[in-house]
Design a protein around this ligand. Sequence first.
Ligand code: G3I
Length: 390
Amino acid sequence: MCKSKIYTHDYPMNTQMKIIKAIVLLILSITLIHCSSEEMPKPSFGGPSDGDGTPSKQYLTEFAAFPVGNIVSASKLASNSEDNLKFKEILLNDYNSITAENDMKMANIFRGPDNYDWSDGDAIVAYAKANGLRVHGHALVWHSSIPGWLTNYAGTDEEFSKLIENYIKQTVAHFAEEKDSLGNSVVASWDVLNEYFDGTSVRSSLFSQRMGADFHKKLFQWAREANSDVKLFYNDYNVIGISSKRSAILSMVSDFQSNNIPIDGIGAQVHINYQWPTITDIQNGFQEIANTGLLIHSSELDITVNPNDDISELTAERAISQSVQFQRLAFYYGEIVPKNQQFGITVWGFRDQDSWIYEGGTDWPLLYDNNFEPKPAYDGFRNGLDGQAP
Ligand code: G3I
């Protein structure tokens, strides 16, 4: 997925939303008048005092009734540079679930026929186990993460399919081995298939071309055969914001459910911006995917503030709009998705500069600035996790 793909749509707001937005902006501009980016409102920490002045709650996981995650890499976890020590301190304070941003993708693991390098994933799992974190596996099959040798594989389609079957079964079984103190696999779940749809159509990919129309079903069946406990997710973008894409995904899920194809959850990647989706979109989106009865993962959360390239630095006003959008996302997830389906929310990065969408400093989509200081977005997100309506 590329950034432009998300923002090529025009997302008209209804009149009611425009009025609400105008009121919010008026209040913000009164509050923030003369407030330059150097005078960005500072986030506050901690929840209500327990009486002696000490906040009874301080970190994100303490405010949420469900897991809160972020992304890691084996190299950052192994590094004791000043930046990475800070990153790990925040990780262990604010989060209880982790996803490998890239290390557990096919291109990083699948080195040749029946040749797997799980070492980066193993390092992540060892770190998670030592620190009591859940690992969400990302992603077994994604058209954007294919090793070069596989793209050029000269064997028959049948042999190609067998390679993928082995890769899925071996990788799922391998990562199911490491258990936590309760005897559950540290890798609790996998995105089995990522971004199978392109809009409302099935994407043409190496897998669809070589494995046939039912390849997506086989992936889930193989993953289930490898382990009966690991939770199996379908993960995609624009699930919340674009109803036609959501419908296509829900049809696939319904087909799986009617034909006993194993699926445990839907990952709705939340690569969104400060104005879109609207509150109504967010409510409808979460409600409709929750109606499947599956686990719901609000995955890959980042919120861009400069989709139209109209600012050259993060303004105070835009930072507040971003904060409100983070709060909406967290609040409506907690309010709409039934508790037993709340797999959690995973943020896609720490500092703005670490984001895939930072693009040389032209957007600021995350919760922490480049000095690891929490932005207003952090406050909004925390308040939403805490069940405070935006
Ligand atoms: O591994 C090389 C490294 O050796 C080299 O030094 C570096 C120099 O730029 O590039 C490194 O690889 C890059 C890798 O990120 C690690 O930084 C790849 O070129 C780059 O394509 C890769 O981008 C990742 C992208 O997925 C593609 O895999 C992003 O970090 C990651 O945030 C992004 O995440 C995806 C989700 O997996 C699926 N949904 C969309 C989301 C955003 O695109």
